[in-house]
Design a protein around this ligand. Sequence first.
Ligand code: GTP
Length: 452
Amino acid sequence: MMHPALALAAPARQSAILIVDDAPDSVGLLQDMMRQQGYQTFVASTGKRALDIAQRVQPDLILLDVRLPDLDGLEICRRLKRAPDTAHIPVIFITECGETDDVVAGFDTGAADYIAKPVRMAEVCARVRAQLRLRSSSDSQKQQAERLQLVVDGMDEGLMLVDASGCIAFANPASEGFLAQPRNLLVGRPLYDLLEPPAAHDYAAFFANPSNEHAAARCRGTREVLLRQPDGALRAIDMGLSPMAGDETLFVILLHDITHHKQSETALQHAALVDPLTRIANRRHFDAFLEKEWQRAIRNGQPLSLIVIDVDHFKGYNDSLGHAAGDTCLQAIAEALQSHAMRPTDLAARYGGEEFVVLLADTSAANAASLGETIRAHIERLAMPNPRAECASVVTASVGVACIVPTLFDDLRSLFISADRAMYEAKARGRNQVVMLQAGTTLETVRGGRAP
Ligand SMILES: Nc1nc2c(ncn2[C@@H]2O[C@H](COP(=O)(O)OP(=O)(O)OP(=O)(O)O)[C@@H](O)[C@H]2O)c(=O)[nH]1
């Protein structure tokens, strides 16, 4: 259905009638009739003048006597219909009663109707009204079509019409942007050619057999698809498909941009995995990453190492310098850790309050212990004074390191338990040091990384 805004009629105005006749009595009569009906009238007694007035005042209708002194009415009508400015103005011929040839010739030249003399008021008025109504409805149809064209050309969504074989029959300007190619290259191509699988297969199946319920269920309505652009780039969009109302051989395709939606989806996914204070991975991200790397280590028979870092006497730091300073301190430590997790298979994360972890895939116990020591020294080198620390004058951390070559029989938690036990052993030994424990072994294997 047409949107009400598109169907707005032009403001009503008085219709203008041009009367072309050289007989003063006849002109007077017609003029009176038209004025009584509320129309504005113009009069021309010659053909030349009629053409001139028609062009300049653009009347809504012309009452034209067939017999005129200079040009005959048929010739005037022909000229009116030839000129782009006047071709649309309906012409009603006035003929002598019984002049059938005039009537036929009049219609041939493009006249809309005829009235036979002697004219009768009711008939003239009825025929004029009918032509004006027709004219106004064709004008408003034209206006509606123009407005629709403006909407289709100006809309942000891509709009295409696809025929029953799935080929594009029409594409609006926005479609060019979505598909990164001019419309003339789109028209005639199968819609599914522009899509990535699995959507491409679904739409090909649908157009091969639109009554296939399975394919129809997947293609009708709106779904997210990947468009393939000529340079191979893929663009995710929402694509809507619906049959064109009243024409089962055409389908309307709407392409809707979801870049913002995708960006915020990605941003949300990212936010869900990042610790808001330190901007490094959070515990949720770490747990998922550990699970993945654990399985990979089992498959590859490679060692997996975990470093647990717990800030020493951090309560004292907060109590003496304030919570905001504590936050800044945690940020500096996170940045230091991040700088040591360089490989794609390394992950530094804030695991809780003042506890951090670093997971290192394919890393031996010795290398992990060495990195643990590098991290400990880095934190100490940050030289953030901690007035309440008992083990040093600056912020330090106790570091526990564990390593395992996991098998299907191992429990993922054992790596964490070992690293935590090693970290607590580092605390117990006086803090600011590294202790390593091979997963599954006893504390006898604990090795001090550095003396306090
Ligand atoms: N500023 C700040 N402090 C935090 C945050 N998360 C945890 N903390 C503080 O970290 C402190 C941890 O204190 P404790 O668990 O007693 O440990 P500690 O003082 O570091 O002592 P040891 O671990 O035994 O060396 C607490 O005071 C928490 O309030 C945070 O996001 N910001």
